[in-house]
Structure formats: structure tokens, C-alpha cells
Design a binder for this molecule. Sequence first.
Ligand code: GRF
Length: 223
Amino acid sequence: MNQRSTPLSLVVLISGNGSNLQAIIDAIAHGELPAHIRAVISNRRDAYGLQRAQQAGIPAVTVEHQQYRGDRQGFDQALMRHIDHYQPDLVVLAGFMRILTPDFVRHYRHRLLNIHPSLLPAYTGLNTHQQALDAGATAHGASVHYVTEELDGGPVISQARVAIHTNDTATTLAQRVQHQEHSLYPQTLALIAKGRITIDNHDHIFIDGNRLEQPLDCTRELP
Ligand code: GRF
């Protein structure tokens, strides 16, 4: 096993509230995640997560996609320049609501993670909670995965599950899924930071040197 001795350096990309960012900040502060957030970058200047970053003393940067109207490549190039300035080990997408270009994804191959609110491969894209309800599903959840060029299609590291109740709405379901996300993302990052999770050139994920055949179940016990 390849134990890391230095904290994992992260750049976190957000577009909005940043509750997952907050969970990562808190896990680092509580000594549960041996990592250091070098910067938080938002594509929207009004993202509340930028305030969370500032309160935690983390550089908060805005790269507005609106300045690159119609020029996806230009926006991603600017984003890359900002990210690479901080030389992170990992780029952490936490509610970053932009589809990234293939060049961007390739540039950060195996260093780009996302959290998606469904048990992938189910319900890719948007409105996943409503998609689960419409499908009559009984279980739902969230997944942390490496990002590849296929939307929400990269190798899944870990998942957390919630049961769907008969009276659930997209809002109540989203709340329970987010509660799970807030332990799922820091826990998964901690496994990577400790060198326990690795990925090879064939996109196979390993935990403690053993091939991961299915996503790790990191479901948080309800109180
Ligand atoms: C989360 O539900 C995450 O799964 C999705 O976007 C949401 C971000 O929420 N990718 P927050 O900004 O972290 O509160």
C-alpha cells in the first residue's frame, strides 16, 4: 500500500451553496481528512460557497463563465490556468454546474472527482431525485466518481444509499441524500489522501491494493 505522508492538496470547484465544500472544510478541521484546500473556484460570483471559503481563510476565486459566452474552450482554458496556479493533487467538483470540455477532463485525468446525487449508473444528468421518484425506485443515494469524458459516466469509487419513502418529494429526498453526501465525500477523499484508493491506466480502482469490484458502501447510519 502506498501511504502518503503529506496532506493531499485540493482545489474545490463550486457553483452554489457549497454545503459539500463545508463538509470537506469541517472534516479537515476535525483531523478526519489529511488534506489542504489550496483554493475554491466558482463560475458564479454570487455562490454562497465563496463566503464559506473566505470564512475558513481559503482563497476564493471567481472565473465567470458568462464572460466566455459561447466559448466553452476559452472558459475551460481560463479555469485550468487558475487551477494549475495552485498545483493541486486533486480537483474536487462539489456542485459545479458546468459541463467540462474533453481537453479539461483529459488534463486532470485521475485527478478529477465529482459527487453526483444518484446511485450511478442510474439517473445521470439533472433532477435526479425526481427521476428516481418517477421511476418508482425504492432506493436512491449519491456517488463519488472519477470524471471521464462521458457525463456522469466515470468509474465510481463510493456510494451512500437512502431508502425512498412513499411520501417523499424531490425536496425531502434531496435533503436526505445531501445528509449522506456530507459524510460520503470527505470519507472518500480521506481514503485517497491516505493512499488507500488508487486508479490504474485502465480506469480500474483499487482499495488497499485490491481491485474494487463494486463501489464502496459509505452509507452513514441514521441517528
Ligand atoms: C449536491 O447535491 C451534489 O450531489 C450535486 O450538486 C449539489 C451541490 O450542493 N453535484 P452543495 O452546493 O454542495 O450544497
